[in-house]
Write a protein that binds this ligand. Structure first.
Ligand SMILES: C[S@@+](CC[C@H](N)C(=O)[O-])C[C@H]1O[C@@H](n2cnc3c(N)ncnc32)[C@H](O)[C@@H]1O
Length: 269
């Protein structure tokens, strides 16, 4: 029998389970490098990772070369502390000197500018009003170098708004993505992440919860353009021939909807 309890897992376990279930930052970095080169014919060197959580991506960013620099911003010190104790110590001292953790709000003004800003894992969905999102996008644009690129991801599909709990098995644990309810009048949706630890069979409910506005690709492109970005580029994932995505995202304006998809938008300064 499965026991279900409200999650009380300590941060060391919670963030480790989150990272192994949700993130694929090495693929994100390859994608950013490829698209930035395509846009500006040079490699991006500086990154601002907004809503960074544990900042695992920013830590990997600075490992690319002696010229790579990263700023990772999160408003919550708990994931930052996890990153500082688990990822930062694995960097050499030279890499550490190029890795900057920032405890703060992505809406604040910062003195540094970067080649790339990313807001991944849909985190900017936290801005539920168009005015708030426009304000955020404007601030991102101001914080980019002249040849700068802003990458966001988003998800959708016919199942994205349906009350549904999707389970994915991992080594030693199960990950659950739980959509509790979509309000068609506000486009707001409540999501939860639960984990089941296999060694004891306990399902730890609501390890993470997200109250989000479900933005569409078209809305986002319009708001990015209103924020002053000169160009927005939309992507779609190729198919592996067995009904799943192949992990390769290509630039297109035309796609066929499906039950569930994740994609990127790139906005150029
Ligand atoms: C969905 S997690 C994403 C973590 C990471 N980016 C990833 O890819 O998995 C959202 C993060 O955004 C942070 N956050 C929410 N609002 C924020 C804000 N206004 N400024 C900075 N961070 C914020 C939360 O503390 C949380 O760590």
């Amino acid at each position: 029998m499965q026991e279900e309890i409200e999650c009380t897992l300590p941060p060391e376990i919670k963030y480790q389970l989150y990272e192994t279930s949700v993130q694929c930052h090495s693929a994100d970095i390859l994608f950013i490098n490829r698209e930035f080169k395509q846009a500006y014919d040079k490699a991006p060197l500086s990154l601002r990772e907004d809503f960074c959580g544990t900042a695992i991506m920013a830590c990997d960013w600075v490992c690319q070369s002696q010229e790579h620099l990263a700023f990772a911003i999160d408003i919550d010190k708990c994931p930052l502390e996890y990153g500082l104790s688990h990822h930062y110590p694995k960097l050499s001292s030279a890499q550490q000197s190029r890795m900057n953790y920032v405890l703060g709000n992505v809406l604040d003004n910062y003195s540094f500018k970067t080649d790339v800003v990313v807001a991944f894992n849909f985190s900017y969905f936290v801005f539920k009003k168009r005015k708030e999102l426009l304000d955020y996008f404007k601030k991102v644009r101001k914080s980019l170098n002249e040849q700068g690129a802003f990458f966001i991801d988003l998800f959708g599909g016919t199942e994205a708004f349906a009350p549904l709990e999707e389970e994915t098995e991992h080594d030693g644990h199960s990950y659950y993505w739980d959509c509790e309810g979509y309000n068609p009048l506000t486009a707001e949706c409540q999501y939860y992440i639960h984990f089941k630890t296999h060694h004891d069979g306990i399902k730890h409910k609501n390890a993470f919860s997200y109250s989000w506005r479900m933005w569409t690709v078209a809305e986002l492109c319009e708001i990015l353009e209103d924020a002053g970005f000169s160009k927005t580029i939309t992507f779609w994932e190729g198919e592996d021939g067995k009904g799943s995505g192949d992990g390769v995202f290509y630039n297109t304006k035309q796609a066929e909807n499906c039950e569930s998809w994740v994609t990127y938008i790139l906005a150029l300064n």
